[in-house]
Design a binder for this molecule. Sequence first.
Ligand code: FES
Length: 56
Amino acid sequence: MYVCLCKGITDKQIRESMDNGANSFREVRRELDLASQCGKCGALARTVYDAHLSHI
Ligand code: FES
């Protein structure tokens, strides 16, 4: 599903970023350029991040 509509970023991309070594939410945001426009996706992105964090 799309998390960030402004940038077209999916939950899968967030998880892949984490799996590929991003070790903080800030790093995921920087790597994907996530939540850099309207910012409305920030809370959902954080939820996706936290959920995946508890599985790795
Ligand atoms: Fe992500 Fe707007 S939806 S910055």
